[in-house]
Write a protein that binds this ligand. Structure first.
Ligand SMILES: Nc1ncnc2c1ncn2[C@@H]1O[C@H](COP(=O)(O)OP(=O)(O)O)[C@@H](O)[C@H]1O
Ligand SMILES: Nc1ccn([C@@H]2O[C@H](COP(=O)(O)O)[C@@H](O)[C@H]2O)c(=O)n1
Length: 352
């Protein structure tokens, strides 16, 4: 069986700092940089993991740099594009290790999972990936509202599912040279900062069951990296970001739309703490950016998307009842899909 944690450890060993950049002491700086966020489960079970074995066992998963306490970021600037695209998924952060139980019956599918460093908690349901229905969940909300933390809590509860988290941050437009020179004046919270066409294409392809190479983004350098993360063979995709409910084309692909609603004072104080501690920002810089761009854009563009949400979570991850209800709903949706597939298979067999 594929042991994602082991794979991630190898990634860590391969880590090389970006050119013209400081070594990444803190992966949070690359949060969102790496589009695919997957959670690793309890450290305690790491020691019991075994690499590819035929029996049912557990394994950990990789996460994106948004998740703290891990340093498995691989930004190996390999010259070989093919290798690059084979996802040395630069991820890993705070999170939980996920139990993996995939008897490796569907080898090809398993390899895809290996490619994408995706949580794999259960055996694939179908060998026909095109037939695969994927559950798409969108989590929007202001900066530091707890979107990532809510993702973690959902994934923690979704045992036996393969879950990938994609950050809207991955689709930030590359900055022009002048903007990079004067980055403090750039509005990262305006819708125009994102490449919506690209994001929509990714969501559409994944929803259709196709493999997609998600771009990666570096918060520290404000640039898109050359690495991509391939995603395929997943049960649940969570698309997370401040404006993830902004585009109608993307909203229309979503099965569940969530808005994390956290009081703005709490968000500001968390952002200050986080950006100083984890993104290398100064207090002055965070406050200036917040006042000039973050707050006005929240009021004008982010908050108005709340009306599109099916579920609003007040207090973010503190709201255990809301998270439990959401997870129950996800489970029942996945069960419905499985039942549909079984029905379809039965019909095919009857006709044979
Ligand atoms: N319920 C909570 N209680 C305390 N701290 C929290 C809570 N939720 C999130 N945080 C902290 O606030 C910061 C931002 O949370 P995060 O989940 O990354 O928000 P977002 O993804 O919306 O930017 C992080 O440092 C996180 O640890
Ligand atoms: N190069 C960048 C890109 C984005 N930001 C800020 O990140 C915020 C979104 O991330 P959250 O985890 O807080 O949802 C957004 O408000 C941007 O201001 C940045 O500082 N630098």
């Amino acid at each position: 069986m594929y042991n994602a944690l082991k794979f991630k450890r190898q990634q860590k060993q391969q880590y090389q700092p970006l050119e013209n950049d400081q070594p990444l002491d803190n992966p949070e700086e690359h949060r969102g940089a790496i589009c695919l966020k997957i959670l690793e489960k309890a450290k305690s079970s790491i020691s019991s993991l075994s690499p590819k074995s035929s029996s049912s066992s557990s394994s950990s998963v990789s996460t994106s740099p948004k998740f703290k306490n891990n340093n498995n970021i691989n930004n190996n600037q390999d010259k070989d594009k093919d290798n690059r695209d084979r996802d040395k998924s630069p991820l890993i952060n705070r999170g939980q290790q996920q139990q993996i139980q995939n008897a490796s019956k569907f080898k090809e599918e398993e390899e895809e999972v290996e490619d994408s460093n995706v949580i794999l908690n259960r055996q694939p349901q179908s060998t026909d990936r095109k037939m695969k229905e994927m559950l798409m969940i969108c989590i929007a909300g202001g900066t530091a509202s707890g979107k990532t933390t809510v993702c973690e809590e959902i994934i923690k509860r979704l045992e036996n599912q393969r879950v990938a988290v994609i950050c809207l941050d991955s689709f930030y437009r590359p900055l022009a040279h002048e903007d990079l020179e004067n980055v403090a004046s750039y509005n990262f919270d305006h819708p125009d900062a994102f490449d919506w066409e690209y994001a929509q294409k990714a969501i559409k392809e994944l929803k259709s069951g196709n493999k997609f190479h998600i771009p990666t983004y570096c918060f520290k350098t404000h640039t898109r990296l050359q690495e991509t993360v391939a995603i395929n063979g997943i049960d649940v995709i969570i698309f997370e970001g401040i404006l993830s409910l902004y585009s109608q084309g993307i909203r229309d692909q979503m099965d569940i739309k969530i808005f994390v609603d956290t009081d703005s004072d709490t968000r500001l104080s968390r952002r200050v703490m986080r950006d100083i501690a984890e993104r290398g920002r100064s207090l002055e810089g965070v406050l200036h950016q917040y006042e000039k761009f973050v707050k006005p854009s929240f009021d004008e563009y982010i908050l108005p998307t709340k009306k599109y949400a099916d579920v609003i979570i007040p207090r973010g991850a503190d709201n255990v009842v809301a998270i439990d209800l959401i997870v129950q709903h996800i489970r029942s949706k996945l069960n419905e899909q499985d039942a549909k597939k079984l029905n379809a298979n039965d019909k095919v067999m009857e006709n044979d």
